[in-house]
Design a protein around this ligand. Structure first.
Ligand SMILES: [Zn+2]
Length: 312
């Protein structure tokens, strides 16, 4: 049995798994502190990998390699992090291929986490047999990746194809963590939600007044309870996401848009209105683009390990 180790280093959590072809054999989630440094996370990852292998009676010589997705800009040719955005800021100075060889004697391939999520859905999920697609992952921020003519899109520049969440949608918007103004992520994402709520008209009439956590689950719960401010904020976020996704549809020409991440745990609050807005306003002569929720759940990226190690 050939097994691979799969690692996802997201915005607020990490996951370590063991994958065998299309099966996620085991997975362990690790909570991270805000602004975690990669050098402090790596020893925990190593312990976790050894524990998972032991629990599943696997030796290192039965493992083909390590696939790692990280919420950062990655040079996929050299397997190095080349840009970070408030998370893992020490990552560009760390040789992850060397870390893997030294600790486990295994080859390692590194990718942006959103690209790895798209690879996972292409290999065994909602993008199986797809030729052209985009995938957005709504976590702390908004990850993005594109599939063009059956291949994950990569350019010679590390930002190519994976900064869809940083498409500016509001010229008068707030400054984003990336440095641009009015990005989709700055106007409607989990990290931006408390700022949106704070400045929303009549927020003092809402049950969300004074809410510092501001996650989308709480927002959607308030919508379900009839909170009018929460409903207005939900509609604002739908319009922001629709505007950004229409931009991506016009750039990449996908036949399918896949949406993943924690926000999609409440698809009924997002998909119908988002789909209607996009279908009304996107210019797609071949017919409406399919808008669907990712099928592999929160661990899409882990499933991307096998195709990543195969050089996809
Ligand atoms: Zn941005």
């Amino acid at each position: 049995m050939s097994v691979a180790v799969a690692i996802e280093l997201g915005g607020s959590h990490a996951a370590v798994g063991l994958v065998n072809a299309h099966t996620l054999i085991a997975v362990e989630d690790i909570s991270l502190t805000p602004k975690a440094q990669l050098a402090r996370v790596l020893p925990n990852l190593a312990i976790c990998i050894r524990r998972l292998l032991a629990q599943n009676n696997l030796a290192l010589n039965q493992v083909s390699g390590i696939g790692m997705g990280i919420a950062a800009l990655v040079d996929w040719k050299s397997n190095r992090v080349v840009g970070t955005n408030g998370k893992y800021s020490d990552a560009p100075s760390i040789d992850l291929v060397g870390w893997s060889k030294e600790n486990f004697g295994l080859p390692l391939r590194l990718e942006n986490d959103a690209r790895m999520g798209l690879l996972g859905e292409w290999y065994g999920g909602g993008l199986r047999n797809a030729d052209s697609a985009i995938m957005l992952t709504f976590g702390t921020g908004i990850g993005c990746a594109a599939l063009v003519e059956g291949k994950v899109f990569r350019s010679s520049q590390p930002q190519g194809g994976c900064l869809g969440g940083h498409i500016p949608v509001n010229l008068n918007g707030r400054t984003c963590s990336c440095g641009a103004v009015g990005c989709m992520e700055a106007e409607a994402s989990t990290w931006a939600l408390p700022h949106i709520l704070q400045g929303w008209p009549c927020i003092e009439t809402s049950t969300l007044f004074g809410n510092t956590l501001g996650g989308f689950k709480e927002l959607f719960d308030a919508v379900a309870e009839g909170d009018l401010v929460a409903e207005a904020v939900r509609r604002h976020c739908i319009r922001v996401w629709a505007a950004g996704i229409i931009g991506l549809i016009h750039v990449y020409g996908p036949s399918k848009v896949l949406l993943g991440g924690g926000v999609m745990k409440s698809p009924e609050m997002v998909i119908p209105d988002l789909r209607a807005f996009i279908h009304r306003h996107a210019w797609t002569p071949a017919g409406p683009v399919e808008i669907q929720v990712a099928s592999l759940g929160p661990h899409s990226a882990l499933y991307g390990t096998i195709p990543l190690l195969e050089g996809r």
